[in-house]
Design a protein around this ligand. Structure first.
Ligand code: GCW
Length: 730
């Protein structure tokens, strides 16, 4: 009996130290910062040895955050709290006893460990990690020019441990390629989130500024771990209330909480604020009273929020007020705000998402038509924020021709992390593949090889040094109050991937997925390899069952969930008729091709040289015409839809074979989600195939089973029928 109790105590002790076992209940709250115990004894021992103590030089809230993260992470992973000492001023570091050193490069002894090239590269936010030997004792050095660089470097070291890598011979140089790496929250002040599918807004305006929830800090930690350095707190469909004193004080509390993590706060600014808040008669950007109103407002903002980042503006777009209301240009509007922000180092991110101004025109052309003539007219603290495609965050679009057409303007990318057009938080869609696809698109702006990544990184003003280049990228956040932050457990991967691509636009979706899986689930290659493959294919799978071959915007009207090719608004995107399907955007049609560099324009003008996955974006193709698949247009289209459904079934199968490899709760949740995704993929396939068959009047290819009965009543089928759960067997 005694012996059994003893054994139990030992087992419990091991459990409490290491929290062992893949079966530990998990709810996803800890994201990729779980710091699971290292079960490999050899590796754990090596880490224990290498990280027995930490020395930091100087202290600051940011260094303290780094230290806290390191102590917690190391303790959780290897079951030992490192000894921590700090050195202030110029006191020498004892290289004999300290094994992990966090130090700034202004210390000559630290800088001496690195080459001049290394020192030059990293700038204000980068870091160097190196294993150096002093008196034969290996030391790990994390060095940077700034405190935030040290925090980023600390997260990098923790990532190496979480992904079970050796720390024996580190030699890492990292620095962000883009200056602004921002999450755009479309959060309303009443707590709802526009296009948010993971609960309510994180910001509890009612309890701010008094209450700083732990969740805010965990949000900041997660962002800092991937280098995100800015957050726009509120919806681009803006409320002026966020600019009132009451709300500025609340925002200031968040800004203060985020500051140690290197995150600046931005707000959206409603163009009509001078009228709505200031009771002026106009919001005309050239009116002196309006100019003064914004100047005073900005001064007030900086009074409360000294590290305020600036404004994000959606103007003259989807009913939002803007300079167009007064016959002024976007440049007039943006520059007026930029002038108010400039004395404080603030910036304006001005969106290019406009499409209603020319009725009946091809929507894909409108952003370019409105902004191209303004190239070079924006002040130096203005960036244009353009979506990756010219329409609207579709599963696949041609890239936005504004990238490559604005050499004299700071261009920043807008991705959408929330899955507005990708099955919300129900479908497993890894967007790393999408980010990679667009960032690597060749714009030909300066000849072949001018990728969008290069355009984003480009220095617009000659003479600006690297640290002052105004470059950036934004992602519309998929974060809410759901316990796992993102709704779908795999939605977290998209937040993570966005950060990694923001840090390095030429990063690889593949290795990002691997890192995320290891940190979020397990290092077991039996899980990581097949699930990484599943993730990498998942975006294409969704394209196949939603909008294959360059189709777009077939989603149910307004809600954007489920199929709706029959809605009037969708018809303008697919142009299906008795002859064929697709939009002619060549010179015989809307001529959108002419907005691209000549090499691309001619490529896209010719069906034979248009990439297969964009043929219906650029061409109207006859139903019986043979396309590059070797089949007719009609048969190919149907096959893509059927293929998409089969692929989701295959994803389900792969997931099932992972049973036991990860915790039960997340396993079961993803199992349910994939089942639902399969159901909805069929909903998409059946709806679209039967709808388009009305036009093609062709039979389905022989290997495709007729869609389920629920759709045989088409065309009386109403788009607003409730979700077809009975599709289960069809
Ligand atoms: O995709 C559309 C969304 C709107 C959104 C708009 C935009 C914030 O359906 O909900 O509004 O884009 O990007 O401004």
């Amino acid at each position: 009996m005694k012996q059994r109790i003893y054994k139990l105590v030992v087992i419990l002790a091991i459990f409490s130290v290491f929290n062992l076992g893949a079966v530990r209940a998990e709810n996803g709250y800890n994201l990729w910062l779980r710091y699971m115990p290292i079960e490999n004894g050899q590796l754990r021992q090596a880490y224990q040895h290498q990280l027995a103590s930490i020395v930091v030089c100087n202290q600051s809230p940011t260094i303290n955050a780094a230290l806290k993260e390191l102590i917690n992470g190391i303790n959780l992973m290897i079951g030992k709290v490192p000894n921590v000492s700090s050195i202030t001023g110029n006191a020498a570091i004892d290289f004999k006893t300290n094994r992990l050193v966090l130090a700034k490069l202004d210390q000559p002894a630290i800088a001496a460990q690195f080459s001049t090239v290394e020192l030059r590269q990293i700038g204000q936010e980068g870091y160097l990690i190196k294993t150096v030997r002093q008196n034969r004792v290996p030391q790990i050095l994390i060095a940077a020019n700034t405190d935030i660089g040290l925090l980023y470097g600390s997260f990098h070291l923790l990532k190496l441990m979480q992904t079970h890598q050796s720390l024996q011979a580190l030699n890492i140089q990292q620095w962000p390629r883009l200056k602004l790496r921002i999450l755009d929250h479309w959060d309303n002040l009443n707590g709802t989130v526009e296009r948010g599918y993971a609960g309510y807004s994180l910001w509890n305006w009612q309890t701010l500024p008094g209450i700083i929830q732990k969740r805010y800090i965990d949000y900041a930690r997660a962002n800092a771990s991937i280098g995100i350095n800015g957050a726009v707190l509120n919806n681009v469909n803006a409320s002026v209330k966020s600019l009132t004193k009451e709300y500025l004080i609340k925002t200031a509390a968040l800004a203060k909480a985020f500051k140690p993590y290197g995150i600046k706060v931005y707000l959206t600014a409603k163009f009509s604020a001078p009228k709505e808040l200031g009771h002026l008669k106009t919001a005309d950007p050239l009116d002196p009273a309006v100019i003064k109103w914004w100047k005073d407002k900005v001064a007030e903002i900086y009074h409360y929020i000294p590290n305020f980042g600036g404004f994000l503006v959606k103007a003259s777009s989807e009913g939002q007020p803007g300079p167009g209301d007064y016959g002024r240009t976007h440049a007039d509007g943006a520059n007026m705000m930029a002038a108010a922000l400039k004395p404080y180092g603030g910036i304006v991110m001005w969106r290019t998402f406009v499409y209603e101004n020319k009725k009946g025109a091809d929507r894909a052309k409108q952003g370019y038509d409105e902004f191209k003539p303004l190239d070079g007219k924006f002040d130096e603290n203005v960036l244009l924020q353009a979506k990756y495609g010219p329409i609207d965050f579709q599963p696949r679009e041609a890239f936005n021709p504004l990238f490559g057409a604005m050499p004299h303007t700071h261009m920043m990318m807008e991705f959408q992390i929330t899955q507005e057009y990708f099955g919300f938080a129900t479908h497993l869609v890894y967007l790393g593949s999408l980010f990679q696809e667009y960032l690597r698109k060749d714009t030909y702006q300066k000849g072949p090889g001018t990728t969008i990544a290069k355009v984003l990184e480009e220095r617009v003003n000659p003479g600006t040094d690297d640290n002052n280049r105004l470059t950036g990228i934004a992602g519309v956040a998929n974060i809410g109050t759901d316990v796992n932050w993102c709704g779908h457990p795999f939605g977290q991967a998209n937040w993570y991937a966005f950060g990694r691509f923001a840090w390095n636009p030429m990063a690889s979706a593949d290795s990002i997925a691997a890192d995320w899986l290891k940190m979020t689930f397990t290092n077991d290659p039996g899980f990581v390899n097949p699930i990484k493959k599943l993730m990498l294919g998942s975006r294409e799978v969704a394209v196949n069952y939603m909008t294959p071959l360059g189709l777009s915007h077939l989603m149910k009207f307004a809600l954007h969930y489920g199929p709706g090719p029959w809605s009037k608004s969708a018809e303008v995107y697919h142009h299906a008729d008795s002859v064929g399907i697709g939009l002619d955007r060549t010179v015989t049609g809307s001529d959108a091709v002419s907005q691209y560099a000549p090499a691309l324009a001619s490529k896209y003008s010719n069906l034979k040289t248009t990439p297969l996955n964009l043929i219906l974006w650029f061409h109207h193709i006859g139903w019986d015409q043979k396309i590059a698949t070797g089949e007719t247009m009609w048969n190919s289209l149907v096959h893509y839809y059927y293929q998409g459904v089969k692929q989701v079934a295959a994803m389900q199968q792969i997931w099932q074979s992972m049973k036991g490899k990860i915790d039960e709760d997340r396993f079961n949740y993803v199992t349910q989600l994939l089942k639902q995704q399969h159901l909805e993929a069929k909903w998409w396939r059946n709806g679209c195939v039967l709808y388009f068959q009305q036009y093609s009047k062709r039979p389905l290819p022989k290997d495709c089973k007729e869609p389920g009965k629920a759709y045989w009543n088409y065309p009386t089928f109403k788009p607003d029928l409730p979700f077809p759960y009975h599709l289960d067997d069809q």
